[in-house]
Ligand binder design. Structure first.
Ligand SMILES: NC(=O)C1=CN([C@@H]2O[C@H](COP(=O)(O)OP(=O)(O)OC[C@H]3O[C@@H](n4cnc5c(N)ncnc54)[C@H](O)[C@@H]3O)[C@@H](O)[C@H]2O)C=CC1
Ligand SMILES: O=C(O)C(=O)[C@H](O)COP(=O)(O)O
Length: 339
């Protein structure tokens, strides 16, 4: 059996070797159709586009991505071609929530906002693994909370949810936690665009740590210029790693897609990917060298979160070295989640 593993996935080396005869580590550039030709499985990250171009004519029938997001994988192609796909739901959700509140703490300092948190409204767009932690912590901090999640509203009823237009009108902080979907019943491509920025009522802090194309770059720039958006915290960008320099310049917080980069999140991601592979191929379960607790801190304060992580240094590094976007990610010193 042959398994290809992306070589930037941490905490994975040596785990599968005792039970798989050929384990090959390759960089994203080396993960090609040719390399996968005789492989049975691929363990990947967001940096490898898994589509017909990569997979046609190969023997690969299983892909595990050590990430929450799956937008780098052509799920329809995989389904049609009998390729099983596993992701790592929730693996780094506490880290992304930590990033959101770390950003709120910086923003409050930057604008010298002395209003109590209890006077602020946060609008959470997408209330899944990440959004639910953001919701729980925001309520604990006394913030007013607005939730927008049409798929959940359809399943659970409207009572808890509002729409994007109300969030635009009423929120002091708007934070996006949806998957990236161009099609389907609830597309998320450019959820924030020129028409939604025209409705902004409170000069909010806008945070995008979901996927770049969920917020339209030009609309963000225009709204920052006009003052309709008070400040932006951008972790996920359109066209990564070739990011918009005007948006980089104008964003208060600008980071290279590292919101989920906690040590705990990476360990959970690797554990989930390896477990999915061993379960799929009926292999013995592998014992991880490093173990971490599931879930996010029960009880937080803004100060405790800001002490555990502030995106200020990551912002400085990206603003000074935008051309090193990928390198900053690949050499990131994984932080600890807030305990
Ligand atoms: N910046 C980073 O490092 C990271 C980014 N992410 C991104 O964050 C996204 C969210 O992560 P999770 O919360 O774990 O995903 P999830 O799948 O648990 O939750 C996503 C939620 O978005 C909702 N949703 C779908 N379409 C929507 C729409 N049109 N409008 C509003 N809500 C909609 C879904 O119903 C669901 O409740 C991931 O898909 C990934 O792209 C995840 C981890 C790290
Ligand atoms: O889990 C996700 O989804 C993410 O966006 C990850 O934090 C991105 O991690 P990489 O796979 O790009 O290292």
């Amino acid at each position: 059996m042959k398994v290809i593993i992306e070589n930037k996935i941490p905490f994975i080396k040596g785990l599968l070797e005792p039970i798989v005869d050929n384990v090959t580590y390759l960089s994203p550039d080396e993960i090609t159709n040719e390399a996968l030709r005789d492989a049975d499985a691929l363990i990947t990250r967001t940096r490898t586009r898994c589509d017909a171009r990569l997979l046609d004519g190969t023997t690969c029938k299983f892909i595990a991505t050590a990430t929450i997001g799956t937008d780098h994988i052509d799920l329809d192609y995989c389904k049609t071609n009998g390729i099983t796909v596993a992701n790592a739901p929730g693996c780094n959700a506490p880290a992304v929530a930590q990033y959101v509140f770390g950003s709120i703490a910086i923003w409050r300092k930057a604008v010298d906002d002395r209003r109590p948190l209890s006077s602020l409204t946060i609008g959470i767009v997408g209330v899944g693994h990440v959004g639910s932690i953001v919701e729980r912590w925001a309520r604990q901090l006394g913030m007013k909370v607005l939730l927008c999640d049409p798929p959940r509203a359809e399943r659970e009823g409207d009572a808890m949810f509002t729409d994007m237009a109300s969030i635009a009108r009423l929120a002091d902080v708007i934070t996006f936690h949806t998957p990236m979907a161009r099609q389907g019943a609830h597309p998320t491509f450019h959820l924030l665009d020129g028409s939604s920025t025209a409705e902004l009522g409170r000069k909010p802090l806008v945070i995008n740590s979901s996927r770049g194309p969920v917020t339209d770059t030009q609309s963000l720039i225009d709204a920052l210029d006009s003052g309709a958006i008070g400040a932006a915290a951008i972790d996920c960008w359109e066209n990564e790693p070739t990011i918009s320099r005007p948006l980089l310049e104008k964003a208060l917080i600008a980071t290279p897609h590292i919101a989920g980069y906690s040590r705990e999140g990476k360990i959970r991601a690797t554990t989930m990917a390896v477990n999915a592979l061993t379960a799929h191929f009926n292999l013995p379960q592998v014992e991880m060298h490093e173990k971490v607790a599931p879930g996010a801190a029960e009880s937080v304060t803004l100060e405790a979160i800001a002490e555990s992580y502030t995106p200020a240094a990551d912002t400085l590094s990206l603003k000074e070295n935008p051309e090193r976007f990928e390198q900053l990610r690949n050499t990131y010193d994984y932080r600890h989640e807030v305990m």
